[in-house]
Write a protein that binds this ligand. Structure first.
Ligand code: AMP
Length: 497
C-alpha cells in the first residue's frame, strides 16, 4: 500500500486564497491603470533565464547571486562550442571562466589551476594556450554539463536582455515597460519575506538620463501608492555616483573600513573585501556609530553626478514629491549608478521596504547591447498588500450579488436562463447545481454573503416572474425578467455589487 502523504506548500512559498486574491487583482490592476496613464506598456518575461545573465548584471559578489538563486542544470550540453579560430578560443575562454565562476566546473584545485593557466595563456594567445583550452573544452564536453538556468530573482536583467534581443533601441522614443509577476530568492522566510514573492516593476530604457525621467518614474510610483491607499510611506533618496566618481569613493571607503575592521562583525569584515558599499547597509546596532563617521558619497560625487542629483531634487519639488535623503542607501545590486531610492511603509516590522529602485546606465552595454541609459523600480506586492491590510485601507471585498434559490424541476430551466442573463450583465451569481430545500437555500445564500436571493419556485416559473429578496433587511418584491434586470443593473452601477 502506498503511504498516505499530505503535501504542503514548500517553505517560503504560499497560496493566496480568496478573498485575499481579489485584493491582489485589484492591486495589480490599479498598477496597470496608473502605469499605462504614464504611457508605460506591459512586458511579459520568462520566469527562468540563463544563469549568467543574473550573475553578470546583479554581480557575483552580491547575496542574491552568491547565496539566494534557485539554479539548476537543464539537460543538454554546456554552452562552450569547440573553438576553431583564435577568436573562438578567446570566446570559449570567457565561457570557461563564467562556468568556473558559476561553479559549473567541478571546483577542484586542479581545475582552478587549469582555468588560471588558460586565462593567462589566452591573454597572449600562444599556441600552447589555445591547445590547452581545446583540451579543456573537450573534457568539459565529456562531463556533459547541462545549461545552467536560474529562476529569476528580479526582472531588470530580463528587461535589459529583452531590450537588446528585440532591438528596442531602434523604436521611437524611450522604451517604457512594466512587468508583474513572481520572483524567487532563497532567503530565510519570515513575515514579509518569502522565497517566491511578487513584484510589480517599471523600467525606462533609452538615450537620455535627464533627471526629469527619474522624477517622473518616482511621481508614477507615488501616484500608484496613493491610489491604493498606501499613503503613510517614506521615500528615501540617494545618489551613488557613476563610473567616474564611485571607484575613488569606494577605494576611500575601503581604506577607512580597513582602519576600523576590528570593530566590525564578520559580515561587514567580509564585505570590506567583496563589496565595501554594502557595509553601509548594516543594521547591526554596534556598527552604527562607526558607520556614521565614514566618508559620505555626497561629498565625493563628480560635477556631473552632483548636478544630476540637484536637478532631480528640483524636479521632485516641482512635482510636490516629498523625500528624505539617505546617504547610506546603496542598494544591494551591483548595477546601480547615480539615483537610488527605496520606499518604506507602516505596519510591517523589520521588513518594511515596499519598493526599491534606481538608475542603471551601462547595464544594457554590460549585457552586450548598445550604450543605453536606464532607470526603474520594483514594488514588493506581498509587503505592500500586507501594509494595506494592516493599515485598513483595503477596499471592501467583492460580494456575491445574487443567489438563485430555485425549487422544482419546472423552475430549473428558468433559473439556468436568468443566471446566464444576470452574469452577462456583469453580476456575480451563484446557481446551486442541485435542488435544495427553501430554508437551506436561503441559509446558504446568507452564509455566502449574497446581497439578494432570487426566489424561483414553480409558481414564479408558471407566471414568468421572480421574487427578489434583499438579505440585509428581508425586503421582497416580485418582478418580471425585464424589471429584474433593470433593477439589478441600476443597483450594480450604484454600488459595485
Ligand atoms: P529588490 O529587488 O531587492 O530591490 O526588492 C524590491 C522590493 O521587493 C523590496 O522592497 C521588497 O518589497 C520586495 N522583496 C524583495 N525580496 C523579497 C522577499 N524575499 N520577499 C518579499 N518581498 C521581497
Amino acid at each position: 500500500m502506498t503511504e498516505k502523504r499530505q503535501f504542503r506548500a514548500i517553505k517560503g512559498t504560499r497560496d493566496i486564497l480568496p478573498p485575499e486574491s481579489s485584493l491582489w487583482n485589484w492591486f495589480e490592476q490599479t498598477a496597470r491603470e496608473v502605469f499605462e496613464s504614464y504611457n508605460f506598456r506591459e512586458i511579459r518575461l520568462p520566469i527562468f533565464e540563463d544563469t549568467e545573465l543574473f550573475a553578470r548584471s546583479i554581480g557575483v559578489e552580491t547575496d542574491v547571486v552568491s547565496k539566494e538563486m534557485y539554479t539548476f542544470e537543464d539537460r543538454g550540453s554546456i554552452h562552450v562550442g569547440y573553438p576553431q579560430t583564435v577568436d573562438e578560443v578567446i570566446r570559449s575562454n570567457d565561457a570557461v571562466k563564467a562556468a568556473w565562476e558559476l561553479k559549473r566546473i567541478p571546483q577542484t584545485p586542479e581545475n582552478e589551476l587549469r582555468v588560471n593557466l588558460i586565462n593567462h595563456a589566452c591573454k597572449s594567445i600562444s599556441d600552447e594556450g589555445a591547445s590547452a583550452l581545446l583540451r579543456f573544452v573537450a573534457e568539459l564536453h565529456a562531463l556533459d554539463l547541462g545549461d545552467s538556468v536560474t529562476l529569476r530573482p528580479e526582472a531588470t536583467a530580463s528587461v535589459c536582455r529583452a531590450y537588446i534581443e528585440h532591438n528596442m533601441h531602434a523604436l521611437p522614443g524611450d522604451a517604457k515597460l512594466y512587468y508583474v509577476g513572481p520572483m524567487f530568492r532563497r532567503e530565510r522566510p519570515q513575515k514579509g519575506r518569502y522565497r517566491q514573492f511578487y513584484q510589480i516593476g517599471a523600467e525606462v530604457l533609452g538615450q537620455s538620463d535627464a533627471p526629469a525621467i527619474d522624477a517622473e518614474v518616482l511621481e508614477m510610483l507615488i501616484a500608484f501608492f496613493n491610489r491604493v491607499g498606501l499613503t503613510r510611506t517614506t521615500l528615501y533618496l540617494n545618489s551613488i555616483g557613476d563610473k567616474n566618481c564611485r571607484p575613488d569613493y569606494v577605494a576611500l571607503l575601503q581604506n577607512e573600513l580597513l582602519n576600523v575592521a576590528d570593530k566590525l562583525g564578520p559580515d561587514s569584515q567580509r564585505r570590506i573585501e567583496t563589496n565595501p558599499l554594502r557595509v553601509l547597509d548594516s543594521k547591526i546596532p554596534e556598527e552604527q556609530p562607526i558607520i556614521e563617521k565614514l566618508p559620505r558619497i555626497s561629498d565625493h560625487l563628480c560635477d556631473a553626478c552632483r548636478e544630476h542629483f540637484a536637478k532631480l531634487k528640483e524636479e521632485l519639488n516641482l512635482r510636490g514629491i516629498k523625500y528624505q535623503e539617505n546617504w547610506r542607501l546603496v542598494r544591494g545590486l551591483d548595477y546601480y549608478t547615480r539615483t537610488t531610492f527605496e520606499v518604506t511603509a507602516e505596519g510591517l516590522g523589520s521588513q518594511n521596504a515596499v519598493c526599491g529602485g534606481g538608475r542603471y546606465d551601462g547595464l544594457v552595454e554590460l549585457l552586450g547591447g548598445p550604450p543605453t541609459k536606464g532607470i526603474g523600480f520594483a514594488i514588493g506586492s506581498d509587503r505592500s498588500i500586507l501594509s494595506i491590510q494592516e493599515t485598513g485601507s483595503a477596499p471592501p471585498p467583492l460580494v456575491l450579488s445574487v443567489f438563485i434559490a430555485w425549487m422544482g424541476p419546472k423552475a430549473y430551466p428558468a433559473a439556468v436562463s436568468i443566471a446566464r442573463k444576470l452574469r452577462a450583465a456583469g453580476l456575480a451569481v451563484e446557481l446551486p447545481p442541485e435542488e435544495m430545500k427553501f430554508k437551506k437555500s436561503l441559509g446558504l445564500a446568507d452564509k455566502l454573503g449574497a446581497r439578494y436571493a432570487l426566489i424561483l419556485g414553480e409558481d414564479e416559473a408558471a407566471s414568468n416572474t421572480f421574487t427578489l429578496k434583499r438579505l440585509s433587511d428581508a425586503a421582497q418584491k416580485t418582478l418580471t425578467e425585464n424589471e429584474l434586470l433593470e433593477y439589478l443593473e441600476s443597483e450594480r452601477r450604484g454600488t459595485r455589487a
